[in-house]
Each structure stands twice: as C-alpha cells, then as structure tokens.
Write a protein that binds this ligand. Sequence first.
Ligand code: COA
Length: 333
Amino acid sequence: MKPKLRNANITAVGKYLPKNILTNADLEKMVDTNDEWIRTRTGIQERRIVDKGEASVEMSVNAIQQILDSRNLDPTEIDAIIVGTVTPDMLFPSCAALIQHRIGATNAWGYDLSAACSGFIFALQSGSALIESGQCEKVLIVGVDTMSSILDYEDRNTCILFGDGAGAVLLEPSEEYGVIDAIMRVDGGGGDYLKMPAGGSLHRASHETVDKKMHYIQQDGRTVYKFAVKGMADISYEVASRNNLTNDDIDLFIPHQANKRIIDAAAKRLGLPDEKVLINISKYANTTAGTIPIGIVEAVETKRLKKGDNLILASFGAGFTWGATYIKWGMDS
Ligand code: COA
C-alpha cells in the first residue's frame, strides 16, 4: 500500500428515521408470518416506513441537516457529496445532485453509488480517497434506502426484512484519526441471488414486468445468508488482522444489520463480547445502505465511541458486494 498524505476523518454525523413504525404484529396481518418466527430468525421487531411523498433525497437532507446544524457549517464549504443507495428518488438525476440543490452546496460535485448493503462503506472508501489525495477538504457521505418502495408486501420472504432510513457523515482531513484501512470486494457471480430485475435497461418497464412483479426485490434468502455469514466474518477478520488488531484492541464493531445471526457470526470470528458490537436491527430492520451510518450516529449519541477508539465497520450485500473498514475514531465525545 502507498503511504497516504493524510487520513479522511469523520468529524460530524446525522441520521433520519421516518416516524411510521411497522411492527411484526402489523406484518402478521399482511402475510403468513408471525412475530416469533421473525424475531428468532432475524432479530427484527419493527422497522420504519416513509410517509407518502417522502423518499431517499428527503431522508438524506434531514440527516445532513443535523450535520450542518451541529457544526454550524456553511453548505458552500462542501466539496463533494457521495450517496450510497439502490433506491434513488429516480434513476436520474442522481440523489447527490438533488441533495446538492436542496442544501445549497453550490461548490460541490457528487454522484450516487450502487452497492446495495455495502453502499455506505463503498461510498466512504471513495470519499476517503478524495480527502487522502488532497482533492477535497469536506466530503459528505450518505447511506440511504427507501426499501419500502421496492418491496412486495405479499412476499413474506422479503417484506419482513427491510425498512427505510438514512445516515450521513462529514469527512475532513486529519493526520492522526480517520479511515486507516479498508478492504472492498465485488463478485457478480452472486448477482442472481438478490436482485430487482426490472427498471433498468434490460427489462424495460412494461405491463408484463409489473404483472410479473419484476420491480420488486427477489431473493434466495438461504443462499444469501450462507455467503453473508462467511463473507462478512472473513473480511472483518482480514482487516483486523492485517492491522494487528486483536479482540482487545477493537473498541466497537458496527456491522451491516441484515440478520442478527449474520452479525453474531462475524462478532464471534473477531472474538468480540456483546458490548463491543452495535446491534439495532430490532428497531429498524435492514435499511440497506442506511444501516452502518445510522449505527455510527447511535454510537455517537449513546457515547459508545470515544476519541482514539478502534472501530471496525463491515458489510455484505447484493452484487455480491462486501467489505470492512478500520477507523481510528477522531470525534470528541
Ligand atoms: N414467516 C414465516 N415463515 C417464513 C417466512 C416468514 N416471513 N419466510 C420464510 N418462511 C418459511 C420458509 O418458507 C421455510 O418454510 P419451508 O421449510 O416450509 O420451506 C421456512 O420458513 C424456513 O425458511 P428458510 O429460508 O430456511 O429460513 P432461514 O432460517 O434461512 O431464514 C432468512 C430466512 C431470509 C431470514 C435468512 O435466510 C436470511 O436472513 N438471509 C439473508 C437475507 C439478507 O439479509 N439479505 C439482505 C442482504 S445481506
């Protein structure tokens, strides 16, 4: 690895969860499922769902507003906005462009990044490169998904798993703190196991694609589970061991929240006790690109992170995409 000029440090955070709560009991009335099955198989108790008219840009702007307010930051100082999402308001213009306009970041450029559940850590990696190379001084990284917009609420295999939400962080340069290392992977060989087949250039929108429910998530849950358990555990271990971090050295692990059992397997591989693992899947379910930044904000709010802590982020998602990031935490608590 080439030595970096400087690190990308997280210096402010914000999140937004819609106010509407969809519980397991609510889902029992919609599909053939039950609270006990959902809780024991996934760890989920409830999830948040957007209001009509509310979507990914709106949620992102709300999350970013917390960052702007907490730092009294002038939006014209922002150099770039990178948005990890698979549920943009529309295919184009990008969420990044719409967010730029909404917040008045008149000096920013930006783009959306499609990596499903790994959207936030992939975006963090891209944004870090902009800071590390000296191209940018202030970069907003957003992870957001409006999963309710692509779920079939007649399919019990998928509709119980996901929710809506957004999280955002501000990256600025630091000599000492910030993203130290990351390992990212893709393997399109897993593409068929988790996808939304229509809506792109291959299967054009038609009555047929709608009738066949091709604009909804389709998943082979058992196969995804198998790959996710191994993928997230292995890559978390790889980034920790290549930075000589033992379980004692790791202060907090914030994994993607897809299934409590996938999280437990990764935590076990790292040898971490429960108190070093952030788990909030019971409240929000899988918000796809939203889970990790929402987790980071909760860790800050509950003072589970202090300056100098060793933080590991990890994810696995559709693509397949997966990765893990090692951060020397640099925000004052
Ligand atoms: N309620 C009740 N029963 C359900 C159900 C639901 N919501 N969904 C599936 N079932 C049934 C299945 O039909 C199956 O019945 P069968 O044995 O009669 O065929 C049974 O429960 C077991 O299903 P299975 O798929 O083996 O369960 P599982 O333990 O693998 O758990 C998931 C299913 C989806 C929770 C799990 O596979 C998973 O989390 N996969 C990863 C998904 C994911 O996180 N994707 C996002 C990106 S990483």
